[in-house]
Design a protein around this ligand. Structure first.
Ligand SMILES: Nc1ncnc2c1ncn2[C@@H]1O[C@H](COP(=O)(O)OP(=O)(O)OP(=O)(O)O)[C@@H](O)[C@H]1O
Ligand SMILES: O=C(O)c1ccc[n+]([C@@H]2O[C@H](COP(=O)([O-])O)[C@@H](O)[C@H]2O)c1
Length: 200
């Protein structure tokens, strides 16, 4: 294993939460804790992206976002990483392909908020992602209907596991996904930026 990559025990299950984290906030912390608990994960890695391929405005520098994310997400089973910058990847499918290769004995789960499922069909090779690993979609205020009626949800409706049984997705061969209803948090990075509170 390369020394600059996080360690994962063989056979362990690691949730991947990709994001701009521009900035990280309480909503990210909350969904991470809930995913750990509800899915029974061994670990969660935050993949702080060098830049979302679908967003035209660049975020703050990666090092700034990583440092802030590490301040607010402190949990023994959570690692905040800049893996994509290290691997030189930007598209999620590309990142996952490399992680599968580097961590052959680790089980990965993709975690995302409901707003991301609504747009998921616009991601590069999104069907490959859906068929490559289980996907846990976490409820987000105002986004549940858009997620449930999204092209990705419709195309993969037969592989959806009810939210209360979501931990089953870990034992299923993909495609397997669930919409997990948790008490929601309204926080968003764009609202924090709009209030001028991300001035680091
Ligand atoms: N309050 C929240 N509830 C549920 N999921 C969330 C919440 N905030 C962020 N997420 C999820 O966390 C991941 C990373 O989110 P991101 O870094 O883009 O933050 P954001 O608040 O969505 O940013 P922005 O407002 O700029 O779009 C995404 O999958 C997103 O859906
Ligand atoms: O691979 C893609 O085409 C793709 C398109 C849009 C977003 N993503 C990933 O989705 C995650 C959430 O991004 P964001 O900006 O909504 O926080 C982050 O890991 C991005 O790299 C990936």
């Amino acid at each position: 294993m390369r020394h600059d990559l996080p360690y994962a025990a063989p056979g362990s299950t690691v949730g991947l939460l990709g994001g701009s984290f521009d900035p990280a906030h309480e909503g990210h912390v909350h969904i991470t804790r809930e995913a750990l608990k509800r899915l029974g994960l061994d670990a969660v890695w935050w993949l702080v992206t060098p830049g979302n391929p679908l967003k035209t405005h660049g975020p703050k520098p990666l090092e700034t976002r990583l440092a802030h994310a590490r301040e607010i997400m402190q949990h023994p089973r959570v690692t905040v990483t800049g893996i994509e910058a290290r691997l030189g990847t930007r598209f999620t499918a590309e990142t996952l392909g490399m992680l599968f290769h580097l961590y052959r004995d680790v089980n990965f789960v993709w975690i995302m908020g409901a707003d991301n499922l609504a747009d998921f069909h616009r991601w590069e090779r999104w069907r490959w992602i859906m068929e490559a690993l289980p996907v846990a979609v976490i409820a987000r205020p105002g986004e549940r209907v858009a997620a449930r009626t999204s092209p990705a949800a419709r195309i993969y409706r037969d592989w959806r596991v009810p939210g209360r049984e979501a931990e089953r997705i870990l034992r299923m061969a993909p495609p397997a996904w669930g919409l997990i209803n948790i008490p929601m948090r309204p926080h968003s990075s764009s609202a924090i930026r709009a209030r001028g509170e991300w001035t680091d």
